[in-house]
Write a protein that binds this ligand. Structure first.
Ligand SMILES: [Fe+2]
Ligand SMILES: [Fe+2]
Length: 179
């Protein structure tokens, strides 16, 4: 399961890199394709928020219950998952407005996108540098068997980074391959 989480993080990082490039373009007054941003957000809503974070929540809950972990760690993890989910919905709505030709100041888009990318990146770094190593060191093989049994979504195909790329993700997958 930890491998899946690491892999998801690598994938999310690639998406954040594309978003950063879009922010740079916006800052340089260049046109960007908001549809691609919409697809990235839709992936994050449909995959990260539905599978990645729930898998982490399951592992973290187990870890917090059976190991001695400072309260601030528990609070920070659940708070950040909630914040990220909310920010993703909010950003999705903003991009939707842009796509519907509503007048949205460019500065607002830059600000919201930047905050979103930063929030995701900081969270990801925190997990990769502190939480996951601690979990790897402290959970036993039995813990992992137990967690695997509790995980309900075993056969989910990733529509963007998996073997079968969904129709709506094809353009984004190509964009990712371009580096
Ligand atoms: Fe997370
Ligand atoms: Fe994560």
């Amino acid at each position: 399961m930890l491998e899946i989480i690491h892999n998801d993080h690598r994938n999310i990082n690639q998406l954040l890199r594309i978003l950063r490039k879009k922010i740079n373009l916006l800052e340089n007054d260049e046109e960007i394709d908001y549809r691609l941003i919409k697809v990235i957000i839709s992936y994050l809503r449909n995959y990260s928020d539905k599978y990645h974070h729930p898998m982490e929540d399951l592992i973290y809950a187990h870890y917090l219950k059976y190991r001695v972990v400072p309260d601030e760690v528990a609070n920070r993890l659940s708070r950040e998952h909630k914040l990220i989910k909310g920010a993703t919905v909010e950003l999705d709505e903003l991009v939707e407005m842009v796509l519907l030709d509503a007048i949205v100041p460019k500065e607002l888009c830059i600000e919201k996108l930047t905050n979103f990318v930063e929030m995701q990146a900081v969270h990801l770094m925190y997990e990769e540098s502190q939480i996951l190593p601690a979990i790897r060191a402290s959970l036993s093989a039995d813990d992992w068997v137990n967690l695997q049994q509790q995980w309900q979504h075993n056969h989910y195909d990733d529509p963007l980074f998996g073997d079968n790329i969904g129709e709506e993700y094809k353009a984004l997958a190509e964009r990712i391959n371009q580096g």
